[in-house]
Design a protein around this ligand. Structure first.
Ligand code: SAH
Length: 347
């Protein structure tokens, strides 16, 4: 079934009528354009971590990421729906599997992120959005409906892009949203186009955080806003050069299954944004608010339906399920932090 979902080409390009309906027709692919050289940050701790992120994985495991999501997205959608991200809960809340609380918590994650970034007050300004690492397009469709905006999603997974476009058509949103396979580190868009640059839980996959941030900034319109919601490791203390070996070991085990390169901290992101003179930089640790999420995912995997679907879905899904307890351990021990970082590009 998965194979039939995969489109023949590695790139699903935007239908022409959608491109021309966008504010800037120059959104057309520029496959020859390359991002410029790696950025460095002057802050000492930031530069340690960012350098680690840039050198530990010279080549992004793009094929691995694409295959992972090609294989696992159907299962996720079957059980959890079209949002492939954590839910946002009140701290210490208990949500039953049977109720709609988790779906609501995932929508709330989008709403809280927009609110934190102050986007709700700017609704009229949000005309065109890029959803970087879009999954099957849950955020794009939600944001497009909320703001009446145009939204373009990019993912490495052809299966996800196809499914996201199909869902947009089924929901009569295909005039507003579209999805394609493209690399977040080399986006097929011209400079300064998007009013909102949205990255919901994709940053953790980026092997070069500096290049990632620089690319987000490049495509943002002057006065536009960037929202990055991502898995981070804890901030290093004064004088600490790296995580403790046991902490690194825990993250390494998670990296293998979820196709993640080296992690960085929220502070590293903030320092990268500061080094690019972004404005109104805000960040928060939402680890407490996402705490109920992984236990709930594990409980769904252990239901009869979950187990059967898991077995049908394949080894990547099974390995993913077996890695989930490590995420809980990481949060409990304070190694993993769920961070939101937002800023505005100067006019
Ligand atoms: N934001 C979505 C999906 C999160 S899953 C949601 O909230 O539902 C992570 C997503 O990041 C996947 O779609 C994956 O394909 C994408 N991704 C990872 N690395 C990427 C890269 N280099 N370029 C584009 N997308 C990437």
């Amino acid at each position: 079934m998965k194979a039939t979902l995969a489109p023949p080409s590695s790139l699903i390009s935007l239908p022409r009528h959608k491109v021309s309906s966008l504010r800037s027709p120059s959104l057309l692919l520029q496959s020859q354009r390359r991002s410029s050289a790696l950025m460095t940050t002057t802050a000492s701790r930031g530069s340690v971590a960012v350098t680690a992120a840039t050198t530990s994985s010279a080549e992004a495991p793009r094929e691995g990421i694409a295959e992972f999501y090609n294989e696992t997205s159907g299962l996720w959608e079957e059980i959890w729906g079209d949002h492939m991200h954590h839910g946002f809960y009140d701290p210490d809340s208990s949500v039953q599997l049977s109720d709609s609380g988790h779906r609501e918590a995932q929508i709330r994650m989008i709403e809280e992120s927009l609110r934190f970034a102050g986007v709700t007050e700017e609704e009229k300004k949000i005309k065109i959005v890029v959803d970087v690492g879009c999954g099957i397009g849950g955020s794009s469709r939600y944001i497009a409906s909320k703001f009446g905006a145009e939204c373009i999603g990019i993912t490495l997974s052809p299966v996800q892009a196809k499914r996201a476009n199909d869902l947009a058509t089924a929901q009569s949103l295909s005039h507003k949203v579209s999805f394609q396979v493209a690399d977040a580190l080399d986006q097929p868009f011209e400079d300064g186009i998007f009013d909102l640059v949205w990255s919901m839980e994709s940053g953790e996959h980026m092997p070069d955080k500096a290049k990632f941030v620089k690319e987000l900034v490049r495509v943002t319109a002057p006065g536009g806003r960037i929202i990055i919601v991502t898995w981070c490791h804890r901030n290093l203390s004064q004088g600490e050069e790296s995580l403790q070996p046991w902490e690194q070991n825990l993250l390494d085990r998670i990296c293998k299954t979820f196709y993640l390169p080296a992690w960085c901290s929220t502070t590293d992101y903030v320092e990268l944004l500061q080094s690019l003179s972004l404005q109104d930089i805000k960040y928060a640790d939402w680890s407490e608010n996402v705490a109920p999420f992984w236990p709930a995912v594990i409980r769904t995997a252990l239901t009869w339906k979950g187990l059967v679907s898991l077995l049908r879905s394949g080894m990547k899904s099974i390995k993913g399920a077996l890695t989930m307890p490590l995420m809980i351990e990481g949060y409990k021990k304070g190694v993993i932090k769920f961070g939101i970082i937002t800023c505005q590009k100067p006019l």
